[in-house]
Design a protein around this ligand. Structure first.
Ligand code: ZN
Length: 221
């Protein structure tokens, strides 16, 4: 094996491991996304960061089929994974990932607040490919984006459309989580219990107040 082949092989192995980590996460790609959004990327050691960088690269491919179909960005991520890397042999820089994280979090807040959010793709090209003569299949639409980071956003748009109702911020501890049930408000039973206990104490207090006289505030505590 030449040095180039060796490097390409090692890249492929790391990439496949990252893919597997995403697929084996609880809630799969959505679960990975929510963890990524809440990871302090600047606090990671170089080794830890590299694992995440491979995951970011793998995420856009892992979600491809389910979230938005084919995307062909004109360039890869900014860090070459091997010498003379092809587009698929690149990973994001920490700066690129930080930008994505900030952008996506901002959109998520807007989505929660307004019920919608708007992503802009300034240099988007759509390519329609014929399925071939005599084929019963539908043609393929390929989205061609200028920057690789836009492909991540494109996947997120579709992921949000499909799962957004279940992506929430816990009102008690502010963690962003993926709800199991539609009526699940809190990230964990622990948060729910804490709120219930507080409500119970408060309702007990206001009960006392009612008995002793409305408007006559009892001391705090
Ligand atoms: Zn919580």
């Amino acid at each position: 094996m030449s040095a180039q082949e060796q490097a390409e092989h090692e890249f492929q192995v790391e990439y496949e491991k990252a893919m597997e980590r995403i697929q084996t996460m609880p809630d799969g790609a959505v679960g990975w996304m929510l963890r990524f959004l809440q990871t302090d990327l600047e606090a990671l050691t170089p080794t830890e960061w590299t694992l995440v960088a491979f995951e970011v690269a793998a995420f856009v491919d892992e979600t491809g089929e389910r979230y938005g179909g084919m995307v062909a960005p004109e360039s890869g991520w900014s860090v070459e994974g091997v010498p003379n890397a092809k587009n698929y042999q690149t990973i994001p820089s920490r700066k690129e990932a930080l930008d994505i994280q900030a952008t996506v979090l901002e959109h998520l807040e807007l989505y929660w607040h307004e019920g919608y959010t708007t992503f802009t793709f300034p240099q988007m090209t759509l390519v329609v490919v014929s399925p071939g003569e005599g084929s019963d299949e539908a043609g393929t639409v390929i989205v061609s984006a200028k920057r690789k980071a836009k492909e991540f956003e494109y996947r997120f748009v579709h992921l949000l459309a499909q799962t957004g109702d279940y992506i929430r911020r816990c009102p008690e501890c502010a963690t962003i989580f993926f709800a199991i049930r539609r009526d699940q408000l809190y990230c964990q039973p622990r948060c729910q219990n804490r709120v219930a206990a507080r409500k119970w104490r408060e309702s007990n207090k206001s009960g006392e107040r009612k008995e002793s006289h409305r408007g006559k505030k009892s001391g705090k505590g």
